[in-house]
Design a protein. Structure first.
Length: 132
């Protein structure tokens, strides 16, 4: 499946000119960036939000970061994308901020309990994995 396709079929994406690209396709520095991108495309394809809502939310996340001193060099673009995703899914009541925070804490604990070079698995620290 291409990054611009969803399980429901092709979905028109907002313009990609500000995203890192190769051959007209978005490229990502880390796997989590691709997953965040794909999640936004899938949620849009399922009708959770429109691309207009997405663009407004992402733009606000970037403005908020800039107001806190983010130099906006482009190297943390997908961090803004992640903030926008979290904002959108809590606004649409798909989950809560508390659940996101609990899952983030579980991931950090699992990362700390994982030997270097091994895949991080939630629950590896022996603690229960909170629902997303």
């Amino acid at each position: 499946m291409k990054p611009f396709e969803t399980t429901a079929g092709a979905s028109p994406l907002p313009p990609l000119e500000n995203l890192p690209q190769h051959g007209g396709e978005p490229v990502f520095r880390e796997p989590w960036e691709a997953r965040a991108f794909a999640l936004a495309v899938e949620l849009n394809g399922r009708g959770v939000f429109t691309w207009t809502e997405w663009a407004e939310t992402l733009s606000q996340a970037i403005r908020d970061a800039q107001s806190r001193g983010d130099p906006d060099c482009g190297d943390n673009y997908y961090e803004h994308w992640l903030v926008a995703l979290e904002t959108m899914i809590t606004r649409k009541a798909l989950t809560s901020t508390e659940r996101i925070d609990a899952r983030r804490d579980a991931w950090l604990r699992a990362a700390a309990a994982t030997p270097h070079g091994e895949a991080i698995e939630l629950g590896r620290d022996g603690m229960p994995v909170p629902p997303a």
